[in-house]
Structures are given as structure tokens and as C-alpha cells.
Design a protein around this ligand. Sequence first.
Ligand SMILES: CC(C)(COP(=O)(O)OP(=O)(O)OC[C@H]1O[C@@H](n2cnc3c(N)ncnc32)[C@H](O)[C@@H]1OP(=O)(O)O)[C@@H](O)C(=O)NCCC(=O)NCCS
Length: 149
Amino acid sequence: MDSQDISLPEGYKLQPGYPSTSHYLDLRSVAGLSPKTPSQAAAIPTGSWFGCYITFEATKGDPQPVGMGRIIGDGGWYFHIADMAVHPDHQRKGLGDVILKALLEHIHRESPADGKPYITLLADEPGRRLYYKNGFVDAAPGQLGMWLK
Ligand SMILES: CC(C)(COP(=O)(O)OP(=O)(O)OC[C@H]1O[C@@H](n2cnc3c(N)ncnc32)[C@H](O)[C@@H]1OP(=O)(O)O)[C@@H](O)C(=O)NCCC(=O)NCCS
């Protein structure tokens, strides 16, 4: 990931990888996503194909993760974007866009050049405009996203 090329507001830094388990759980929860357990979160660094997150350097204390996204994929052709989340205090500053573009750039750079990657996500309402702006289209009516209840 070429983070120097991506412009972020002052105090923010994009890095490859994933927030710690506790930061991850907090970030999902504060962003309004469904809660997960520490054991579920522990699988993220080894089970994901790629991820990135943004830290914010506050005046006091260590930089805190305030946004993230990750890809579950086989590295060949199938890539699923998950956990797009930005802390509400830091939303609408372009962080979600930077994260999504970094994920897409990584897929395009690292996946085989002799085929088109298949990139999916399930779009909750808050992310839809961001996804449309970055080239995603509805799978329906040709296909319908599903999950096992
Ligand atoms: C979806 C989500 C990740 C987007 O993160 P974000 O950092 O707010 O995204 P961005 O700032 O890049 O874009 C959001 C909006 O802010 C606008 N924006 C970007 N920079 C801005 C700025 N400096 N000033 C004002 N508005 C700005 C964008 O144009 C965009 O506007 P639009 O929605 O009208 O198109 C975030 O809203 C979130 O975490 N939501 C809750 C969790 C969730 O539902 N995640 C999606 C799961 S599928």
C-alpha cells in the first residue's frame, strides 16, 4: 500500500493491517455494527487477505484507530470487502473513501493480471453512496445477496 499517495486530513495516518482486537470490537460497536466476540475478532489478522486502518493522533495519548476496512479473499479472483467502519466523530472527512480506495488498489495491484477480480460486499445503508461512487453496482436483480440466518 502506497500510503504516501493518499491524501488524508492532518493528524490521520493510513496503515496496512488491522486494529487490535479490543480496538476492532470498540470500532464496530461505536460505528453501529453488530457486536462480535473477542474470539471471533482474533481470527481477523490470520484469516483476512488484506486490511488497512487509519489512526488519529490526538493531542494526548497514543494514536487511536478511527477507521478500518478489510478484505476476505483467496488472492486469486474472489475478494469480499468487510468491516468498513469509521468512528462517528471522524466520519464525513473522506476517511471511508481513502480506506475503500486503498483496499481496491491493493486488489488491483496484487491479484493476477490475467483475469478480472470479482469484488463483492454487502452494503449497509450508510456505505451505499460511497460504494456507488467507487464503481460498485447493485447485484440485484441478476443476483441477490444472501446470508444464513
Ligand atoms: C460508511 C462509512 C464507513 C463511511 O465513512 P466516512 O469516513 O464517513 O466516508 P467519507 O467521509 O469518505 O464519505 C462520506 C460522505 O462525506 C462526504 N465528505 C468527505 N469529505 C468531506 C469533507 N471534508 N467535508 C464534508 N463532507 C465530506 C463524502 O462526500 C460523503 O458524502 P455523501 O455520503 O453525500 O456521498 C461510515 O459512515 C460508517 O462507518 N458507517 C457506520 C458503519 C457502516 O454502516 N459501515 C458500512 C458497512 S457496509
